[in-house]
Write a protein that binds this ligand. Structure first.
Ligand SMILES: [Zn+2]
Length: 248
């Protein structure tokens, strides 16, 4: 059995589209971002990659594409192996190249996480994404140039050691991965460091952001960004909530 319409595409403003895996439960369904550029396009995060994304979304096959993962977790990096140009932070290069269910937190997936069989023989209990060795290791200050749009790499450790954001200074758009989204932030994973996440969020809070395109759920503006960060910093929105108190 195979599925058509595995991927849903929603075109937003500013040449940005959001792609969603229709049959993945919301808590593990990351936003796959597509940004059109003059010379090349950028894909930020790649979903679980259970179906061939470049084959099923024609706009990804028509132009040169840089695929960049905000971090190596299975819900963001699963489809990375399908792209020729694969960028990620140096601190997680080993995970991209040698992924395991534990290192990519795929062991947290549950049967109800995947609502339709993506391909014959798929079993959520032993699935792990295919190795996707990085073709370029990126770090703070590196630049992704699409010809007419330039994105700056910001290192925001905390959710994971190599979490990054992509910042377009001219538009104020930022792609934050799992460092910030409008939900409960995952700071409890095996390589999460909550204090680092707080530091990264404080840095983000002061940036002149106009639009946050997050790793999960809907996009939002600067005011909402600051509210969500403030709520996290006082102990709300944390998976480790019992261990954190207000008055940080
Ligand atoms: Zn993550």
């Amino acid at each position: 059995m195979t599925q058509s319409n595995w991927y849903n595409i929603n075109n937003l403003d500013d040449g940005v589209s959001r792609i969603l895996e229709a049959h993945v439960a919301a808590d593990w369904r990351c936003n796959i971002w597509h940004v059109r550029g003059r010379d090349r396009d950028l894909v930020i995060d790649t979903g679980l990659g259970l179906r061939p994304i470049a084959k099923e979304i024609t706009m990804l096959a028509e132009r040169p594409v840089i695929a960049l993962c905000t971090h190596s977790h299975h819900d963001h990096a699963g489809g990375l192996c399908q792209f020729e140009t694969r960028l990620g932070h140096v601190a997680e290069a080993d995970i991209f190249a040698n992924p395991t269910r534990e290192s990519t937190v795929a062991n947290l997936l549950e049967p109800q996480s995947i609502r339709q069989l993506p391909y014959e023989g798929f079993d959520v209990a032993d699935w792990c994404y295919r190795a996707a060795p990085l073709t370029g290791k990126i770090d703070e200050g590196d630049v992704i140039d699409l010809g007419d749009r330039v994105f700056q790499v910001l290192h925001f450790p905390g959710h994971s050691p190599g979490s990054i954001a992509l910042w377009e200074a001219t538009s104020g758009i930022i792609f934050t991965g799992d460092t910030l989204y409008d939900g409960i932030l995952y700071d409890h994973l095996y390589h999460s460091v909550p204090d680092q996440l707080c530091k990264s969020l404080r840095r983000l809070r002061e940036m002149p952001v106009s639009r946050v395109h997050a790793g999960h759920f809907n996009s939002f503006g600067r005011q909402r960004m600051q509210t969500v960060i403030d709520e996290y910093l006082v102990g709300q929105r944390s998976m480790l909530c019992p261990g954190r108190t207000s008055g940080d």
